[in-house]
Design a binder for this molecule. Sequence first.
Ligand code: MN
Length: 204
Amino acid sequence: MAFELPPLSYEYNGLEPHIDEQTMRIHHDKHHQAYITKANAALEGHTDLESMSVEDLLRGADQLPDSIHKALNNNAGGHSNHSIFWSLMKPGGGGAPAGDLAAAIDKTFGSFDGFKEKFAAAAAGQFGSGWAWLSLNAAGQLVVEGFANQDSPYTKQYEPLLGLDVWEHAYYLKYQNRRPDYISAFWNVVNWDAVAERFATARK
Ligand code: MN
């Protein structure tokens, strides 16, 4: 089963004014699609791998032969990261998490503001292209880390919960060099219900 581009569950302009329509169109239809096309090409002929989910592929990526490891890290990683990213945003999002996720964030980072500060610092401090992720690590702890390029939290046996793409293609049309403004705007579109759902699933 070849990977396919998942449709957005909202309109391309649904995240305006925080993330603009043109960026969403190019980012989703062109950039995400390119990762999928390249991941599918890398998998061609590897019948043992073709049937695996993208998550399982990434969890086992370090065991793959060198000939395919890098291509999958970049492109299956890119597919997975972007699929999660779209699902974690929504029109009229923002606010704060509730329930178990809010309690875990308070316990780990002191407060929601403490978490936001740490996440924003990881996103702003990621040198060059990459992502900031809130994940659940293998010990069941919340962690915030920057990841280079399309490196996936799954390759570290983490369960990714909330991620922010800080590649220039994610913000340059609207924000140019002002990555911190894009990071601040992101909080207005986060779908905390979706993050909480990922947290609940990850803990099972
Ligand atoms: Mn991207």
